[in-house]
Design a protein around this ligand. Structure first.
Ligand SMILES: [Zn+2]
Length: 332
């Protein structure tokens, strides 16, 4: 029967598991080829019937076993594909960050988050509308502290405010008191600023690691940030510069060698050969105290997602990310 050869060939050429069931029904279903042949048996003479019935049973077995074989092959293939597509190679640097979808900020966000989730950090979110204590006071920024002015805060009439950084999420997590803490807090933050490198709403990812006693130190911080920056920017040089933040002591700013001029000096790096990308430090004792933690140690770090996206995509005006200009977005 010629349909048998055709079907055997179709089974062999199956590429998706979902097509297999369709094919199976076309053979064995109520109106399937084989079902029809079997019901035709009653129309043939008694002598011939025995032979035809035997042939049909042989065909049935052949089809069943080749379907089974195809099913096993396809199931294995789909599992392999699934494993392949879900694997994150944290050592792989891809300069081609542009699948044909998504906003550059989202793509950059995902890339940052992927790294830290792969390193066993949990993701924590918090409210955008914060109180003074969580946004400033607990972070060692008391009233009239000069650093508050730098942050040009949006206030509501009741004294609440739009958070100026994602650090309040860290305070809230520490207040829960469950050790060890290993989190990142990604999200939108707000400041009264608007120019080529500032926007009133932008995005940060901050990280916090806390454990009992002196178990967490600057060496751990240095290791993870170096590994992270190589994941984001490929083979760059990295340096830690001593700095000052109210909530960490010691504090550092982290630079990478300029990815545009490879360190020889250009417009983007203001001819220094270096680009500042991160702030970090060992969490200050009075921040722990304000959060109700004792006898612990920890480190924290923070980065601006727009800053990373500008560097990764060579965009020099931050505002273009927020203007929803399709001519720009189509490039990603
Ligand atoms: Zn440069």
């Amino acid at each position: 029967m010629e349909w048998v050869d055709k079907i055997l060939k179709d089974i062999k050429n199956l590429e998706h598991l979902k097509d297999l069931e369709h094919l199976r029904l076309s053979i064995f279903g109520k109106k399937g080829f084989l079902t029809k042949e079997f019901s035709n048996l009653k129309n043939i003479s008694d002598e011939a019937r025995k032979k035809v019935a035997k042939d049909l049973n042989d065909i049935k077995q052949k089809l069943e076993s080749s379907l089974l074989e195809a099913r096993e092959k396809l199931e294995k293939m789909e599992l392999d594909n699934k494993i392949k597509s879900q694997k994150i190679d944290v050592s792989l640097f891809s300069p081609d960050l542009s699948p044909n979808y998504g906003h550059p900020i989202n793509i950059t966000f995902d890339r940052i988050i992927d790294y830290f989730v792969g390193m066993d950090f949990a993701i924590r979110y918090g409210p955008l509308v914060e109180d003074d204590f969580h946004n400033f006071e607990a972070l060692n920024l008391p009233k009239f502290h000069p650093a508050r002015d730098m942050q040009d805060t949006f206030y509501f009439n009741d004294g609440k405010l739009l958070r100026t950084h994602t650090s309040p999420v860290q305070i809230r997590t520490m207040e829960e008191g469950n050790l060890p803490i290993r989190i990142i807090s990604p999200g939108a933050v707000f400041r009264r600023d608007y120019d080529m490198t500032h926007s009133p709403m932008f995005h940060q990812v901050e990280g916090l690691v806390v454990d009992k006693d002196r178990d967490v130190n600057f060496a751990h911080l240095k290791f993870i940030l170096e590994d992270f920056l190589k994941y984001m920017f490929g083979d760059v040089k990295i340096r830690f510069r001593s700095s000052f933040f109210p909530f960490t002591e010691p504090s550092a700013e982290v630079d990478i060698s300029c990815i545009f001029c490879k360190g020889s000096g250009c417009r983007v790096c203001s001819n220094t050969g270096w680009l500042e990308v991160l702030g970090c430090g060992v969490v200050a004792d009075n921040v722990f105290e304000a959060s109700g933690l004792k006898n612990v140690s920890g480190y924290a770090f923070g980065m601006g997602v727009e800053r990373f996206a500008m560097l990764l995509y060579g965009v020099n005006d931050l505002r273009s990310f927020f203007e929803t200009d399709l001519r720009l977005l189509e490039q990603f």
